[in-house]
Design a protein around this ligand. Structure first.
Ligand code: SAH
Length: 211
């Protein structure tokens, strides 16, 4: 169920659903998604679906991870400083850590963050800094960021995150309450440029933090 053949089948599916970057596909093929979820669901790890990870949260669907990563790296294949909001189980973090110099990741649920931190250490993803906090605030002391990826849906792009984007930097996030769409926001000398992309389904971005 977690064999290389099963993994390859997922990668073929992503490719046939419009993911073009062989670099991202290669990294997703090499990353053991089954080790990011509970054993009881491990047999579903290489299906193209979101799965529960406890605390009412989910690991994102592989196609969504691939697409957001592709949009994030457009025009800069190896960004230096990347902020991720919504660590969850750390799967998207692990993909980003293999493509970018340094990842700063924020999670509002302390227990999930600690599990992700321990897992990343064990699996050898070392270029990641973790923060238990509210992603609406961003991570000012490490800003500006070349790229920001948000893995939970706010009603509108959070102003503090826009502030923490470097000039020429870009943010990819789902936006909306009922119907959500991916939005790509680029910071230019004159302000921000926005494009709307695919419809998606994410858990809501919530304020504050919990244990
Ligand atoms: N990237 C994850 C998906 C996580 S689901 C993966 O690959 O599996 C979204 C996560 O965002 C949840 O863990 C949720 O707790 C977190 N989240 C929601 N609102 C947040 C906020 N304001 N700040 C930080 N994390 C938040």
């Amino acid at each position: 169920m977690t064999s290389m053949r099963t993994r390859r089948r997922l990668i073929d599916r992503l490719r046939s659903h419009g993911i073009d970057s062989e670099r991202i596909l290669g990294i997703m093929e090499a990353t053991p998604r089954h080790l990011f979820i509970g054993e009881a669901l491990a047999h579903k790890a290489y299906e193209d679906t979101a799965l529960p990870i406890g605390y009412n949260q989910t690991i994102s669907q592989p196609w969504v991870v691939a697409r957001m990563t592709e949009l994030l790296l457009e025009h800069d294949e190896s960004p230096k400083k990347v902020l991720e909001v919504g660590t969850g189980c750390g799967y998207q973090t692990a993909i980003l850590s293999q493509l970018c110099r340094w990842i700063f990741t924020i999670e509002r649920i302390g227990a999930l963050l600690e599990q992700a931190r321990e897992r990343m250490q064990r699996l050898g993803y070392h270029n990641v800094s973790f923060l238990h906090g509210d992603g609406f605030e961003g991570w000012e002391s490490n800003s500006p960021f070349d790229r920001i990826l948000v893995a939970a849906a706010p009603g509108e792009p959070p102003p503090r995150l826009l502030d923490q984007l470097s000039l020429g930097g870009r943010m990819v996030l789902p936006v909306g309450g009922g119907h959500q769409y991916l939005r790509v926001i680029t910071r230019t000398a004159n302000g921000y440029q926005e494009e709307q992309r695919e419809a998606v389904r994410f858990v809501p971005m919530l304020r504050g933090q919990q244990e």
